[in-house]
Every structure is written in structure tokens, then in C-alpha cells.
Design a protein around this ligand. Structure first.
Ligand SMILES: Cc1cc2nc3c(=O)[nH]c(=O)nc-3n(C[C@H](O)[C@H](O)[C@H](O)COP(=O)(O)OP(=O)(O)OC[C@H]3O[C@@H](n4cnc5c(N)ncnc54)[C@H](O)[C@@H]3O)c2cc1C
Length: 423
């Protein structure tokens, strides 16, 4: 009797999950597993914890929701903490699984895990993180353009987006599978609530992700004005806030795309509806960049190998972290992230630029701090954006230094955002 592991990674959903369907169709029994990587709980990067409480809480909520949806189709989720490679090896032995299925990762550490697992068991890693399927790109990965616009035009012209995949109706899972998802305290974290000024009370899981999609598109039709509002700073409505669900895969980019298409057909099609897709293509681009350039995007010298930048010293880094640089717009954004786990795109661009260009502090420290703090942390989008701003990415045109005063004049002219987060 064939029995396989389905290893959930950044695809914490049962809908539009090709790998899960494959595992269910091709095997009599499936053991759904999630391994909380102990590195995230115990290790530091440049002296900074890998995962802070906001993302952990969101992740645990996402897993509870995933477990419930698996139980609804006759299955369950086996949750463990440890090294993913060791745990998958142990579980496949314990439950006599002959194959491991999982979503293919774009990020370097996760790809390394795939290679290690493939050494001891038959594996199938299925593409699913991006809107455009890797196999549908009109180019090879090593031909990926160094400029986003060129990539976007190619993809839009010569590729198309696949249909969503329906959730499996039933998954047969062996006895003894299923373990409780721990709470924050059990993992050594204090339970945390975002500050009441938060843009949104984010709740993890596909159920909450779909509710957000429903709200943003159908209930309030906010999508209609996305292009005009997307650079906002205050409140839940200025941008979609889909990023945390996309980051751990509670929502897939295709699910969002096809809802946008439906919206365009039945409600309105305009530059705003297009622009949300445009942003999802940015997300795709950084995933393909990460896949192409491997661990270079996590190195100070970046893709270009630029070792001629003097990053000064990092003595004043803590002022940036704590929101005490005396640049009010930067400080307000850092305080928001520290208190809620979220920061707007406009804010992220400005604080990143300020660290790299005004303070001349190693961008890698800033990226590591974002990794810890952001509820929507995604290795490809985070490091991809940081190298782009710091000027060490693949874009030949150099970095992106923002004039903070001008940005404030444009995006917070009355100082409302800075006032909201002055403490
Ligand atoms: C220095 C820096 C670090 C970042 N780190 C992350 C990160 O760790 N995780 C993350 O998801 N995003 C990251 N971003 C991108 C962007 O800021 C967020 O995706 C966005 O602010 C999330 O809010 P939203 O969902 O309301 O975005 P919307 O404006 O509603 O956009 C819709 C979706 O498009 C995608 N998107 C939009 N802008 C970008 C972008 N510049 N790069 C990649 N994808 C984009 C996101 O998936 C987002 O959810 C970073 C940007 C910067 C400048």
C-alpha cells in the first residue's frame, strides 16, 4: 500500500494546492506534516532573532486553521518542532512512507533542505509559490531580465496564469497522525496583541485570508481605487494587506488573481484592478530572482558582488531599530513595525533607504531585523527589496535612495501618520 508524506511549507492551505492533490491522488494514504524549524525559534542572524512573536502567532493561527480544514476532509495535521530534514526522515520511517511531496521553495535554505531530503527518500517538489508557473515562463531562469519591467512585459505577453486547483474532497490518513498546535507560551514566547493603532488585526489562516479577500474586493470594492490609495500609511483600507497570508501560503497568488479577474468582469476593470496584479508580478519577480541567484541575495555584497561600499559601523543601528533616529517619519514607521509587525510599503522603502544611505549602516542588519519583525516576512520579497534599495541587486541602474523630506511632503503632508506613531 503506498503511503506518502505531504510536507506543508509556505503553502498552508488545501485549496489551490497542486502538491497536496498529487499526493492524495497517487497514494492510498497521506501523512500531512508541518515542521516548525527550530532554527526560527532558537537561532539568531547577526545577533537578531529569526522570528519574532507577531509572525509566530500568525503562523500558529494559520496551522490551527489548516488542521481544521484537513480534519474536514478526513485527515489531520502532524505538527512537530525540529530540523525539517531530520524530522521528515524520522516521520517517514516511523510511518513507513515511501515518498515525500511538498511545494517547491525558491529560497536558498529551503532548497538546501529539499536536496538533503531527496538523498534518503523519493521526493516530488511541486511549483506553487508564484503567480506565473516557472515552467510557463518564456525564458530560462538564467535568462531572467535584470530589470523588473522587462520581466513583467515578457511574462504578460508570452505567458498565462494557470487555473486554480480545487481542494481534495477526501484524504485518507493513517491512525496516530495529528498532534496539537502549541500556543505561544509553550514555545517560550509571551502571547502578544498588536497595538490598537495597527492597520489591521491580522489573523492567520486560509479562512481569515479569504475573509480579507472578500472584504477588500467584494464587500467594500476597495480594489477599484487601489492605485490611488496604495501608498497610504494609516488604516486597513489603503492597500490589500494580503501579504501575511501570501507569505505563508494561506492564500495563493492565483486565488487572488482569479478573484480580481472575476471582479473585473462583474464589477469594474480599471488601472487599479490591473495594478494589484502588477504588484503580484513584483512578488513573482523577487521569487524568481531568489531562485536564480541562490544565497547571493543574503550576502552583504549581493548579486553584483559589490565589495567596494563602505558600510561604516553599526554602532547606531539600535537607534534605527528603536525608532530614535530623530527623523520623525523613519521613527514613526519603525515604531509601527515594532508595535504591530506591519509597515506600509512606503514606510519600508523609506526606512530601508535611510539605514543604507543616510546612516550608512549595513543593509543586511536592516533586512535581518525585518525578518524578525514582519508578520509577512518572506525571504524572497524581503531580501529582494533590500538588495534592490541598497544597490547590490541585479538591477544595473543602482540603488534607490529616497529623499525623506520629499516623501513626507508627498505621503504625510499634514503629519498625521507621524503624529499617530510619535510614541
Ligand atoms: C525593504 C522592504 C522589505 C520588504 N519585505 C517584504 C516581506 O518580507 N514580505 C512581503 O510580502 N513583502 C515585503 N515587501 C514588499 C511590500 O512592502 C509588501 O508586500 C506590502 O507592503 C504588503 O502590503 P499589502 O499586502 O497591503 O500590499 P499591496 O500594495 O496590497 O500589494 C499586494 C501584494 O503584492 C505584493 N507586493 C507589493 N509590493 C511588493 C514589493 N515591493 N515586493 C514584493 N511583493 C510586493 C505583496 O505580496 C502584496 O501583498 C518589502 C518591501 C521593502 C521595500
Amino acid at each position: 500500500m503506498s503511503r506518502a508524506i505531504y510536507w506543508f511549507r509556505n503553502d498552508l492551505r488545501i485549496e489551490d494546492n497542486e502538491g497536496l492533490v498529487k499526493a492524495a491522488v497517487n497514494n492510498k494514504e497521506v501523512v500531512p506534516v508541518y515542521v516548525l524549524d527550530k532554527v526560527w525559534l532558537n537561532e539568531k542572524l547577526l545577533g537578531i532573532e529569526r522570528m519574532g512573536p507577531f509572525r509566530l502567532k500568525f503562523l500558529l493561527e494559520s496551522l490551527i486553521d489548516l488542521k481544521a480544514s484537513l480534519q474536514n476532509i478526513g485527515s489531520d495535521l502532524h505538527f512537530v518542532i525540529g530540523d525539517p530534514v531530520d524530522e521528515i526522515n524520522r516521520i517517514r520511517r516511523e510511518f513507513h512512507c515511501s515518498k515525500v511531496y511538498a511545494q517547491k521553495a525558491c529560497a536558498y535554505e529551503e532548497e538546501q533542505q529539499e536536496e538533503a531530503i531527496a538523498k534518503f527518500v523519493s521526493t516530488e517538489f511541486i511549483w506553487g509559490e508564484t503567480l506565473y508557473h516557472l515552467d510557463d515562463l518564456p525564458i530560462q531562469l538564467n535568462e531572467l531580465p535584470n530589470i523588473f519591467t522587462e520581466f513583467r512585459k515578457l511574462a504578460e505577453k508570452k505567458s498565462s496564469i494557470r487555473e486554480e486547483i480545487a481542494a481534495p474532497l477526501f484524504i485518507k490518513t493513517p491512525e496516530g497522525i495529528g498532534s496539537d498546535i502549541p500556543n505561544m507560551e509553550a514555545l517560550g514566547f509571551e502571547d502578544i496583541e498588536a497595538d490598537e493603532r495597527t492597520v489591521l488585526h491580522f489573523k492567520g489562516g486560509a479562512t481569515a485570508g479569504k475573509e480579507r479577500l472578500q472584504y477588500y474586493l467584494w464587500d467594500k470594492e476597495l480594489l477599484t481605487n487601489y492605485k490611488q490609495t496604495r501608498n497610504g500609511l494609516i488604516g486597513g483600507d489603503y492597500s490589500s494587506k494580503f501579504s501575511p497570508w501570501l507569505a505563508n501560503g494561506s492564500l495563493s497568488p492565483r486565488q487572488i488573481f482569479w478573484q480580481i479577474k472575476k471582479f473585473e468582469r462583474y464589477v469594474k476593470k480599471n488601472s487599479s484592478t490591473y495594478w494589484l496584479v502588477f504588484e503580484l508580478i513584483w512578488r513573482d519577480y523577487f521569487h524568481f530572482v531568489a531562485k536564480r541567484f541562490g544565497n547571493k541575495i543574503y550576502q552583504r555584497t549581493g548579486i553584483l558582488g559589490r565589495d567596494n561600499i563602505d558600510w561604516g559601523n553599526s554602532k547606531l543601528f539600535h537607534l534605527w531599530v528603536e525608532g530614535r533616529t530623530k527623523e520623525p517619519f523613519v521613527d514613526a514607521n519603525m515604531r509601527e513595525m515594532n508595535a504591530t509587525g506591519f509597515m506600509s510599503n512606503r514606510g519600508r522603502q523609506n526606512v530601508a533607504s535611510y539605514l543604507a544611505y543616510n546612516m550608512r549602516i549595513d543593509w543586511l542588519l536592516g533586512a535581518a531585523y525585518f525578518e524578525k519583525m514582519l508578520i509577512d516576512y518572506d525571504p524572497c520579497s524581503n531580501y529582494g527589496n533590500w538588495i534592490y534599495i541598497a544597490g547590490v541587486g541585479n538591477d544595473p541602474r543602482g540603488g534607490r535612495a529616497f529623499n525623506i523630506k520629499r516623501q513626507v511632503d508627498m505621503y504625510d503632508p499634514k503629519g498625521e501618520y507621524q503624529e499617530l506613531w510619535q510614541h
